[in-house]
Write a protein that binds this ligand. Structure first.
Ligand code: PEP
Ligand code: MN
Length: 269
């Protein structure tokens, strides 16, 4: 029997601390910039998402970019900014680790280690991240099947680390109207197969800001335990992923919608 397989206990909780628990009655909202661009930008967004009701801060210090000429992140300086944002807001931080060599530096700041879509198949990194004992936020490879996604999670579990959350973030299909095709059916399907809490990222999943709130609501209805979204004070000026980032005002309105939806399905935000 695989370690990810569900038993009678259903979804297990993953407790990050600072009041952030995945897999409980409360839908976890993770929000923040795609990338940590500078100190002021990050602290402002962190304060705004906290105020609106987010329970975790996201932001990349090490960015996996398609082009080698695109902004690659502030690295250590970005981690220090995230640590300050956590200090100011009390929000726990999830941030991506791109390679095993960075694990010590990233784990020193992150409350949760993100393994990105492009690294889902990197079994060596999955094992190394698992061995840190830190909670792991594992994103689905953009061309990964559900079975491959579950086996990637198994690499983390096999190290003895049970603190893992799996995140649907859109897959490659023939459709080009959206950046990826958000696979909502993955949510109930994964929940049938595993006890691991499931998150959804409608920002990367669609690539379009206008689609983020409806897909976040749909994810909640499909049983997601968490929603991860990108928020930026000035999406038109964002260094990365402005087209899919919500302003703090849009984020605030989305939280209100999610409050109404979760009330109807016996959960809270
Ligand atoms: C991210 O969440 O910062 C990110 C790069 O997402 P993904 O790995 O899903 O592309
Ligand atoms: Mn992004």
């Amino acid at each position: 029997m695989m370690k990810f397989e569900k038993d009678d206990a259903g979804t297990r909780t993953v407790d990050i601390g600072r009041g952030c628990v995945f897999g409980g009655p409360r839908l976890v909202i993770i929000a923040g910039p795609c990338t940590v661009e500078d100190r002021v930008q990050t602290l402002e967004i962190a304060a705004a998402v906290k105020e609106a009701g987010a329970s975790m801060l996201r932001g990349g210090a090490y960015k996996p970019r398609t082009s080698p000429y695109a902004f690659q992140g502030l690295h250590e300086e970005g981690l220090a900014i995230l640590a300050e944002a956590r200090e100011q807001t009390g929000l726990p931080v999830v941030t991506e680790v791109l390679e095993s060599a960075d694990l010590t530096k990233v784990s020193a700041v992150a409350d949760m280690l993100q393994i990105g879509s492009r690294n889902m198949h990197n079994s060596v990194l999955l094992q190394a991240a698992g061995r840190t004992g830190k909670p792991v936020f594992l994103k689905r490879g953009m061309s990964a099947r559900i079975e491959e996604f579950l086996l990637a999670a198994e690499y983390v579990l096999e190290t003895g680390n049970k603190n893992i959350v799996m995140c649907e973030r859109g897959i490659r299909t023939f459709e080009t109207a959206t950046r990826f095709t958000l696979d909502l059916s993955a949510i109930p399907l994964l929940k049938q197969r595993t006890w691991i809490p499931i998150a959804v990222d409608p920002s990367h999943g669609t690539g379009m800001t206008s689609l983020v709130p409806p897909m976040a609501c749909a994810a909640a209805v499909c049983g997601a335990d968490a929603v991860m979204v990108e928020v930026h004070g000035h999406p038109d000026k964002a260094l990365c992923d402005g087209d899919q980032s919500e302003t703090p005002e849009m984020f605030y309105r989305m939280i209100k919608e999610l409050q109404n939806i979760t009330r109807a399905i016996g959960r809270t935000v």
